[in-house]
Design a binder for this molecule. Structure first.
Ligand code: ARG
Length: 454
């Protein structure tokens, strides 16, 4: 492609070192789409005839069909997807193919292809997030009545509906969706026509190209357009957070599936056994997802590090953007799909959940609230209930087993009705603040999500 300037062939060693076709072949569809749009602008500017454009389009479509069918042979000596397709086109259709690169550089071409690719993947990822939310909601609906201890510091804190816990993740994935949509909006700007760095003396209709490719806008600074990978960074950041959310859910699932918690069962289809220990049923999906999160975060850091020292504008370093981007997109898509499927085969174990939630200490805060309702300042109420809990620890008993005398010895505000507090269902009824898990609130949230996700 640059033989005019050179006398010697590129060293074999360099060819191997610099090729990107082994991974950027995946951009073929978008490269062809971009070239077709570019040919329309070339025709409009009178640089190619309608007939030449038709030749280009047919040639590109034939090449596309061969790539899709697996019969196209990519050549490492042609370095990347852009040159592989263009060289093959010119081989097939001659002069018209050789005109295609007019007023275009691989710098704006690769920026275009990556935006087109990531825009399409954003839509797939967004759908994957919706599926994930639906799967969480489905599980929440299946265990509507189940109450579990909620945890802080992984210590039992207060009772919550299992559904409330699951809906917390639905909220997280909703924010992830919003972030991806926002990122998609900034990605949806057409860089083609920026050339290598300074546009071209041959002026094409960039708006036409953008319209043909479904872009909302065209970039306004050619230097920024060829050096900008913010859209990829933003997506990797968004995907890192998706992965972190999946990883936290993984950790919950792993705990819930353990013999210590026993809150859930996972279907056989989404667990694995041990080659040694016959009793094992392992939550590998969750463990793998937690593990892969490290790679997804690493990909974000990798791209940021690649970019941080680059002077304007395009630098070859930027070819290193693709592998982390492809890896994070593939990994998060797969994680969302497998996790959603696993949730479909997950069920709560009501007996074990009920046993855990029968721990009266979960209602210690309710006791403090009771004292507050009887005029005791909260700090003093907290201290009084703390004393009651301490007394239980000394005696090796539970809060309902203390006598009224014990309670009144701690605070005169305690009445005989204190024992009525040890009823989890009543406690749940009382949690009516917006966002808190009263039965009415949780039902309303499930209905809200059901409507939003259908
Ligand atoms: N393979 C290159 C990349 O992925 C394409 C752009 C090459 N541009 C250049 N001037 N060498 O970044």
């Amino acid at each position: 492609m640059w033989k005019g300037r050179f006398k010697e062939q590129t060293a074999q060693l360099l060819q191997q070192y610099s090729e990107s076709i082994s991974f950027d072949w995946r951009l073929w569809r978008h490269d062809i789409e971009g070239s077709k749009a570019h040919s329309a602008a070339l025709e409009k500017a009178g640089l190619i005839t309608a007939q030449e454009r038709a030749q280009i389009v047919v040639g590109l479509e034939e090449i596309g069909a061969e790539i899709e069918g697996g019969s196209f042979r990519f050549k490492a000596e042609l370095e990347d997807i852009h040159m592989n397709i263009e060289a093959e086109l010119t081989k097939r259709i001659g002069a018209a193919g050789a005109k295609l690169h007019t007023a275009r550089s691989r710098n704006d071409q690769v920026a275009l292809d990556l935006r087109l690719y990531l825009r399409a993947e954003c839509d797939v990822l967004l759908e994957g997030l919706v599926e994930m939310q639906r799967a969480l909601l489905g599980l929440a609906e299946r265990c509507g009545e189940v109450i579990i201890p909620g945890y802080t510091h992984l210590q039992r804190a207060q009772p919550v509906y299992f559904a409330h816990h699951l809906l917390a993740y639905v909220e997280m994935f909703q924010r992830d969706r919003e972030r991806l949509q926002d990122c998609r909006r900034r990605m949806n700007v057409c860089p083609l026509g920026s050339g290598a760095i300074a546009g071209s003396t041959i002026v094409l209709d960039r708006r036409l190209v953008a319209d043909l490719l479904g872009f909302a806008e065209v970039t306004q600074n050619s230097m920024d357009a060829v050096s900008d990978r913010d859209f990829a960074v933003e997506l990797l950041a968004g995907l890192s957070l998706v992965a972190v959310h999946l990883s936290r859910l993984s950790e919950d699932v792993i705990l819930w599936a353990s013999s210590e918690f026993k809150f859930i069962t996972i279907s056989d289809a989404f667990t694995t056994g041990s080659s040694l220990m016959p009793q094992k049923k392992n939550p590998d999906v969750a463990e793998l997802t937690r593990g892969k999160t490290g790679r997804v975060i690493g990909n974000l850091v990798s791209l940021l590090t690649t970019l941080k020292g680059l002077p304007m504008t395009y630098n070859r370093d930027m070819q290193e953007d693709k592998e982390p981007v492809f890896d994070s997109v593939d990994t998060v898509k797969a994680a969302l799909a497998v996790f959603s499927a696993m949730l479909g085969g997950m069920a709560a174990r009501p007996d074990a959940c009920a046993a855990a939630v029968a721990d009266p200490n979960l209602l210690a805060t309710d006791l403090a609230d009771y004292l507050v309702n009887r005029g005791v300042p909260f700090r003093l109420a907290h201290e009084a209930v703390g004393k009651a809990v301490g007394l239980c620890a000394e005696r090796g008993c539970e809060l309902p087993e203390l006598g009224l005398g014990d309670y009144q010895g701690i605070s005169a505000a305690f009445g005989a009705d204190v024992f009525e507090l040890f009823d989890v269902d009543k406690s749940m009824e009382a949690r009516g603040a917006t966002g808190a898990p009263s039965p009415a609130n949780v039902s309303a949230q499930m209905a809200r999500w059901k409507a939003a996700l259908s």
